[in-house]
Ligand binder design. Structure first.
Ligand SMILES: C[S@@+](CC[C@H](N)C(=O)[O-])C[C@H]1O[C@@H](n2cnc3c(N)ncnc32)[C@H](O)[C@@H]1O
Length: 302
């Protein structure tokens, strides 16, 4: 396996470049500490992409603490304000989160957070759905098994860096059968019958090997990572790293846990910056990133 070549390091990240704001963030570095204290050390507009999964409200009190659902928005807003400051104008922030059930109904803190972040200046550009292919088995009297999580996509600007070709997927077997005999309608633009303005020309698919994916990402949850109870699979941050960055860009995870985002960034030839309060997770993340560097492998579609 060969390493993904990196672009030369952009000058604005060079250590000592700005004596006023200091040398942070250090690239390919894992900071041990509280992101509320560490993010303010970072230079403005120094990060291309933030991908993170913060502690969910109250859920892991016994392992790494939690925030009460009613306090969640007030707790998160100073952090999102710092993320806004450190993100480049064409950057993206992907927030993996899911509202928990409180007293028999879904709490509204995620919805309230989206509204509050919009007031902070963020654009709620898209919502990707992570379909967890191997969700927990079980039965509840008032709902079914929870098999998806939100990946909220926030940006600072309407025009932002996005490399859609990097996440194209094989067109699939259906195309061969469907495209074998095209009708006359298939060969021209077929307008929607409900006059929605949408239309399709099936013949456009002829000869295509790859197509763009949907906003639903189908990935199994992480089962092999024994030392973090809430790790996401490497494939999740990797998908967003491919979509929103190029080699040499900087990817930040302020709630790094076992270092999954850093592993994905490193494997794809991007710089990573991680922050984590718990020293045992930092140790694990350092081990994983050291290993990832040895196994750096080019992205399938780059
Ligand atoms: C949901 S886990 C992230 C798991 C990670 N995505 C992974 O794949 O391993 C959230 C992490 O945030 C850490 N954390 C909680 N509060 C923090 C804070 N204020 N600053 C930095 N890290 C924090 C927790 O210790 C926990 O490891």
């Amino acid at each position: 396996m060969s390493a993904v070549p990196r672009r030369s390091r952009p000058t604005e990240y060079d250590v000592g470049e700005s004596p006023k704001i200091g040398p942070h963030p250090l690239l390919d570095h894992l900071y041990e500490g509280d992101c509320r204290q560490i993010l303010p050390l970072f230079a403005p507009e120094s990060v291309n992409l933030v991908v993170t999964s913060p502690p969910y409200a109250d859920q892991r009190r016994n392992t790494y603490g939690g925030v009460a659902p009613d306090d969640y928005v007030d707790w998160f807003l100073p952090i999102s304000a710092e993320l806004y400051r450190v993100l480049r104008p064409d950057g993206s922030f992907v927030l993996n989160i899911k509202e928990r059930v409180v007293r028999g109904e879904r709490h509204t803190y995620v919805i309230e957070l989206i509204l509050a972040m919009r007031k902070q200046g963020w654009l709620w550009t898209e919502e990707y759905c992570w379909h967890k292919k191997n969700c927990y088995p079980g039965k509840w009297p008032n709902r079914f098994r929870d098999s998806w999580e939100r990946c909220l996509h926030f940006t600072k600007e309407r025009r932002f860096a996005m490399y859609q070709d990097a996440v194209m997927i094989p067109v699939g077997n259906w195309a061969e059968t469907r495209l074998r005999s095209l009708s006359e309608t298939d060969k021209r633009r077929d307008e929607s019958r409900v006059a929605s303005g949408f239309g399709k020309n099936v013949s456009n698919w002829l000869g295509r090997k790859f197509v763009y994916p949907t906003n639903v990402i189908h990935l199994a949850t992480e089962c092999g990572n024994q030392s973090h109870s809430a790790a996401f699979p490497v494939g999740l941050p990797a998908w967003f790293v491919r979509l929103f960055t190029v080699s040499g860009d900087v990817v930040l995870d302020p709630f790094m846990g076992s270092g999954t985002t850093a592993v994905a960034a490193s494997q794809l030839g991007r710089y990573y910056v991680g922050i984590e309060t718990q020293s045992e997770y930092c140790t694990q993340a350092r081990q994983r990133t050291a290993q990832a560097r040895l196994l750096e492998t080019p992205s399938e579609y780059e």
